[in-house]
Write a new protein. Structure first.
Length: 285
């Protein structure tokens, strides 16, 4: 089942796609959080609309937690000159992105005034469907409520308008982190696909085009830590709740590897398996 959050007549609602994905059947008000948490039943709530007549939004507009995994594909690490990572001697590297970084399909992403060398990162996003803590890897997929196409847009350097000691390793780390936090830097959509349609989240192709040119072409099978391992690990750090999102890392092909970055007017399109294509454009604010 494909679930969507949409705007129609200035009202935000959620629903499911029917009639081969051409029609939206409303299921309730607000985004998909209420449905994932069990507060709303997946039953019809009003007349259906042609998909072309609604504005699709990010499936989760303000999740309680938006987590992301850094350095989770070996080829992404080595393309930038890093050493291969020994999974047996490390844990997943998770960080938080703010809800204000979330935008939906078709939304414009403002070129930031403080972030330079803006890059793309096509990523599978996992949406949590149940409250859970300390979930074993073998049961981790049981608490997944769905999968979404996403893009961890990243500013590779920061410029705050004054000279700083950029040789300080702490400055370098926090610049990397701040480059993930900017408005619009977590586009996701166009819909959430429920787990029965994704029998193996480690068997999904990941592709990203910039202005129609292929930049990333990978597969989730190449993750260092699988979806189940990421979900399980996250649940050891914090209680996971319905609607929480985990972005799972990106394969090789980012702009930082070649020094080619995004400019105003550039259009990114991410396609992951059968989860749909997410397209966004960089614009001057």
């Amino acid at each position: 089942m494909k679930l969507v959050t949409f705007r129609h007549d200035e009202e935000i609602r959620h629903g499911r796609l029917v009639e081969n994905g051409t029609v939206v059947q409303p299921l309730g008000n607000g985004d998909l959080t209420a449905l994932l948490s069990g507060r709303n039943e997946p039953t019809a709530a009003g007349p259906a609309f042609p998909l072309a007549d609604v504005e699709l939004l990010a499936p989760l507009l303000r999740p309680g937690k938006l987590l992301a995994a850094a350095a989770n594909y070996q080829d992404h690490m080595t393309e930038a000159g890093g050493d291969p990572l020994d999974k047996s001697r490390r844990s997943p590297r998770l960080f938080l992105k703010p809800p204000t970084s979330i935008v939906g399909p078709g939304a414009d992403i403002p070129v930031p005034s403080v972030g330079k060398e803006v890059d793309w990162e096509a990523e599978l996003a996992v949406v949590i469907g149940a409250t859970a803590r300390d979930v074993p890897v073998g049961r981790a997929l049981d608490i997944v409520g769905g999968y979404v196409t996403s893009n961890d847009v990243s500013a590779r350097s920061m410029d705050f308008g004054y000279e700083r000691d950029t040789g300080d390793k702490h400055v370098r780390f926090f610049d990397w982190l701040a480059g993930k936090w900017l408005d619009g830097f977590a586009p996701m959509g166009p819909w959430l696909v429920t787990p029965e349609e994704v029998p193996d989240p480690q068997a999904l192709d990941i592709r990203l085009d910039v202005n129609g040119k292929r930049r990333q072409d990978g597969s989730t099978k190449d993750m260092i830590f699988s979806v189940a391992e990421l979900v399980s690990f996250a649940s050891t750090l914090m209680t996971l709740e319905p609607g929480d999102v985990i972005m799972t890392g990106t394969p090789a092909g980012v702009g930082a590897a070649t020094g080619e970055y995004l400019e105003a007017g550039d259009e990114m399109s991410v396609t992951i398996g059968g989860l749909g294509t997410l397209t966004n454009r960089m614009v001057v604010r």
